[in-house]
Ligand binder design. Structure first.
Ligand code: HPA
Length: 289
């Protein structure tokens, strides 16, 4: 992945929309509706942008929508690619690098995630405070191009504290209940076993998903500040039943009710979508770029 590849993609996008987006938004599984609120939209299919990875997962439309949203010039990714589709971390990160080269300085990343925190319920929204990259890879592996970012980027404060505070304040004003927590990114595509859920919980993760971490690493590498919002589409805590009186989860298969399907995840995400859109629009109204 070279600077020329990024420049190619940027040239294609600029030819269609000459505006300079300062704000990028990635809409995850079943969360694409916000892109329809963009005013004066220019929608470019990922298939039209050289080397853009094409989503194969259901619930991901694969369009880059440029235009205006709440007074900001935005570039909205309606759908994303995942490592489990067979793309490399570098391919998954490519759109982020294109957004940064287009002028994006702030990125709002959304995803659908399973709740690990036992207090979380399906339908919750979570502000991502931090992440654990358990995907097994990293988009920065290989030769570093110093023009794109440093060899060893700092990942403390990866999820911008000011943006998180703004998200919390906006949620209060809009009467939207939000949680805060740590997101662990896994490779997928299989959902977690009860033993894996117990491990991730013990690590201090509050939500688990198959996206986001690679994109956020690439964004921080490029010096783009990040806000992460997770739609908790399923609670996983019932998948690790406790024996009465036991302090450790029972090492037995989960009850049938503990299972999760992609269709259920998408349905829950569509239910959360309007609230997530309202939260993001509220954040944008107060956001200074
Ligand atoms: N696990 C992993 N990824 C997910 C889940 C889950 O339970 N729900 C939505 N994305």
């Amino acid at each position: 992945m070279t600077r020329e590849h990024i420049a190619d993609a940027v040239a294609t996008v600029r030819a269609r929309s000459p505006s300079t987006p300062r704000l990028g938004i990635i809409l995850g599984s079943g969360l694409g509706a916000l892109a329809d609120d963009v005013a004066a939209p220019v929608a470019i299919r990922y298939t039209e942008i050289p080397r853009f990875p094409i989503p194969t997962a259901k619930g991901h439309q694969g369009r880059l929508v440029l235009g205006d949203l709440e007074g900001h010039t935005v570039a909205v990714m309606q759908g994303r690619c995942h490592l489990y589709e067979g793309y490399t971390a570098e391919q998954v990160a490519f759109p982020i690098r294109v957004l940064a080269a287009l002028g994006v300085r702030t990125l709002i990343v959304t995803n659908a995630a399973g709740g690990l925190n036992r207090a979380f319920r399906a339908g919750d929204l979570m502000i991502i405070a931090d992440h654990i990259n358990f995907s097994g890879t990293n988009p920065l592996v290989g030769t570093n191009d110093d023009a794109l970012g440093p060899r060893f980027p700092d990942m403390s404060g990866a999820y911008d504290p000011e943006l998180r505070a703004l998200a919390r304040k906006t949620a209060r004003e809009e009467s939207i209940r939000v949680r805060t927590g740590v997101y662990v990114g896994v490779l997928g595509p299989s959902y977690e076993t009860p033993a894996e859920l117990a491990m991730l919980r013990a690590w201090g993760a509050d939500a688990v998903g198959m996206s986001t971490v690679v994109e956020v690493i690439a964004a921080r590498h490029a010096g783009v500040r990040v806000l992460g919002l997770a739609a908790i589409t399923n609670a996983t805590s019932h998948a690790t039943p406790k024996r009465p009186g036991a302090s450790r989860p029972v090492a037995s298969p989960p009850p049938a009710s503990g299972s999760v399907t992609h269709d259920a995840v998408l349905a829950a995400a569509r239910d959360i979508g309007p609230r997530l859109s309202r939260l993001i629009r509220g954040i944008l109204r107060s956001l200074r770029e």
